[in-house]
Design a protein around this ligand. Structure first.
Ligand code: IMP
Length: 214
């Protein structure tokens, strides 16, 4: 059984559309680290979720990147949706001539085991150890450091280009009504239509292929 650890039902709906095996939602709100690197955010989330669930888990970290404002809100998309709201993000984007934007998603998988080499990257918690000298790392003996070194996380990334538009559509979630891809907003698409082109669909496709082998 694969657990999708998220409080967002919309993400789970999309994963179920895509993955052949059952996906169970585990409604656990893991702490998100602050970072510009979505892979790092997802990897830390997957570790915390795996420690909590004790079973194979995936988590997903996603964001909207608006070209004209240097990729804002990017890794801060969740905070910006909660504080400004989607309508005001559109108000900000509509002042710009360049309306191009993209969505990015990173799916992070952890089951407590190592991974064989594949093109998709593995996060090995090097950030936490990077302030230790190599010799200190080798002789690190605290429980915390030993456990951290034992939880590699596999990352699968996807992105989709589009443009910012005035809100349209009733489906989806988050920024879907103001993001248009090929003339249709994500909120105007069914989950299957969105998955066929979306950042999450692309990341899920990579994950599904790899997971079938595992
Ligand atoms: P997180 O990945 O749950 O941290 O989500 C970051 C923010 O992006 C939240 O505000 C979500 O609502 C939004 N978001 C994530 N994925 C999507 C998507 O597929 N469509 C629209 N908004 C999304």
């Amino acid at each position: 059984m694969l657990r999708f650890v998220t409080t967002n039902e919309g993400k789970v709906r999309e994963a179920r559309e895509y993955l052949p095996e059952p996906v169970e939602q585990l409604d656990f709100d893991y702490a998100e680290i602050q970072s510009d690197d979505m892979g790092a955010i997802a990897a830390e989330g997957a570790r915390e979720a795996y420690r909590y669930a004790g079973e194979p888990v995936i988590v997903d970290d996603a964001g909207l990147f608006i070209d004209a404002v240097d990729g804002f809100p990017g890794p801060y998309s969740s905070y910006v949706e909660d504080t400004l709201g989607v309508e005001r993000v559109w108000e900000l984007a509509k002042r710009e001539d360049d309306r191009r934007a993209s969505f990015r998603a990173v799916i992070a998988y952890c089951d407590g085991e190592e991974f064989a080499a594949s093109p998709d990257p593995v996060d090995r918690e090097e950030r936490r150890g990077q302030d230790l000298a190599a010799s200190d790392r080798d002789s690190a003996t605290t429980d915390e450091q030993v456990v951290e070194g034992e939880l590699p996380v596999k990352l699968f990334e996807g992105w989709v280009p589009g443009r910012m538009v005035a809100p349209r559509g009733e489906g989806g979630f988050g920024y879907d009504p103001i993001f248009e891809h090929d003339g249709t907003t994500f909120a105007e698409m069914s989950p299957a239509e969105k998955n066929a082109v979306s950042h999450r669909g692309r990341a899920l496709a990579k994950f599904a292929d790899w997971y079938a082998e595992r």
